[in-house]
Design a protein around this ligand. Structure first.
Ligand code: SAM
Ligand code: SF4
Length: 373
């Protein structure tokens, strides 16, 4: 089916098919893309409203036992100085989240077994009993017993990007870990949902070896999993990783390789909103790193409804180097907070209050079969 047709005054189909998603990813015409941005923004407004939710990010450890070929925290990166926050340091960041009026804290780290099950469960319990915050965890592919214990302690959500739905590419960039032999993140997401977590996932845009077809399939997989949260950001090469050092992992013809550009990331954000209209979608730090002036705002105007101000103390923040030249690493939590608020206000949106979990209610008007013109 034609996605954009001059005879029908540029209609954009809501819930596009797999082929249509791929056609959009390849679309370069600025006029047609303006229609896509508009459709994503209208869908966002209709389903999740104008509020932008603030999730306070706390990077609790940069230790990692995994060897992901793309990530600066990989165990093989011996140049990185490692750190792990203490319980009191984490609770200090949590108190800041409360002071700033955030509804959620996100505890993120490498896959670090120095973070012990009971130690973290106790911190989750403290946050849930001492504050009104929702707790999101993003701690990698931990064993079932850990995921169960943290859910029982009160954790609300879990983020685990499946990175790519292409099994061959996944195997090449994501070697198996110690606890889950297959490292099948999609299976882990299903398990997390069965435990009652809200689940979030996502992919990087433009990893070497990623084709248009596989990226279209990733977006279709977001829909199939009915994700509560979807995070997508550009792949940014880190020189101390195999992929960043340009070790060829899989060669695909030039015309099939997805570029890791800002524009491509906006397309993925917008299409994600069309296939997962109720999801919470962040305008990511990786996107802001590509366009420091306006990346966050444009993400919010092309489908996103969440931002994640960083609460990690600055002396540790510089060491959470997933990729180089990350934006905002020198800012204090106060500066980050003020900056995010100002950016939200400048584009005429409101700062969300409360925990901002997934909305499952029907939109203001039924969107089924709707097209935007
Ligand atoms: N260790 C946990 C995990 O892997 O799920 C959470 C932390 S990990 C650093 C968070 C995300 O960073 C990954 O899921 C990946 O998509 C993203 N990431 C890693 N390396 C990246 C890179 N070079 N460019 C952009 N994003 C990257
Ligand atoms: Fe570790 Fe996560 Fe980075 Fe993989 S993506 S190396 S699991 S921090």
């Amino acid at each position: 089916m034609t996605l954009l047709d001059d005879k029908t005054s540029h209609t954009v189909k809501i819930s596009p098919s797999l082929d249509e998603i791929e056609a959009w990813l390849r679309e370069e015409d600025p006029k047609k893309l303006t229609k896509l941005w508009h459709a994503a923004d209208q869908t966002r407004k209709r389903y999740v409203g104008d509020d932008v939710h603030l999730r306070g990010l706390i990077e609790i450890s940069n230790y990692c036992c995994r060897q992901c070929a793309y990530c600066g925290l990989r165990a093989g990166n011996t140049r990185l100085e490692r750190y792990r926050l203490t319980e009191e340091e984490i609770m200090g960041c949590v108190q800041q989240a409360v002071r700033f009026g955030y509804g959620t804290v996100v505890l993120q780290s490498g896959e670090d077994y120095g973070i012990e099950r009971e130690w973290l469960a106790n911190i989750v319990r403290r946050i849930k009993t001492e504050t009104p915050l929702a707790v999101t965890l993003s701690l990698g592919e931990r064993p079932d017993e850990d995921l169960i214990a943290w859910r029982e302690a009160g954790a609300d959500r879990y983020l685990l990007r499946f990175e790519t739905s292409d099994p061959e590419l996944y195997r090449l960039i994501h070697p198996a870990g110690p606890h889950r032999r297959e490292g099948n993140r999609i299976e882990i997401l299903k398990f997390l949902r069965s435990l009652g977590y809200e689940i979030g996932s996502g992919v990087m845009v433009g990893i070497p070896g990623q084709t248009y077809q596989s990226l279209a399939n990733d977006i279709d997989t977001f829909r199939a999993l009915d994700l509560d949260m979807v995070g997508v950001g550009p792949y940014i090469g880190h020189p101390d990783t195999p992929l960043g050092a340009r070790v060829e992992i899989r060669v695909v013809p030039r015309e099939n390789q997805v570029p890791n550009t800002e524009l491509m990331t906006y397309k993925v954000v917008a299409l994600t909103r069309l296939v997962c209209p109720q999801a919470n979608i962040p305008s990511t730090t990786a996107l802001a790193t590509l366009n420091r002036a306006l990346g966050r705002e444009l993400g919010l105007q092309r489908g996103a409804n969440v931002v994640m101000p960083n609460l990690t103390p600055p002396q540790y923040r510089v060491k959470y180097e997933i990729y180089p030249a990350k934006v905002c690493i020198d800012e204090t939590a106060d500066q980050c907070h003020m900056c995010m608020r100002a950016r939200i206000m400048r584009i005429g949106r409101s700062v969300g209050s409360g925990q901002g979990g997934r909305k499952r209610s029907e939109p203001m008007a039924n969107n089924q079969g709707k097209t935007y013109t």
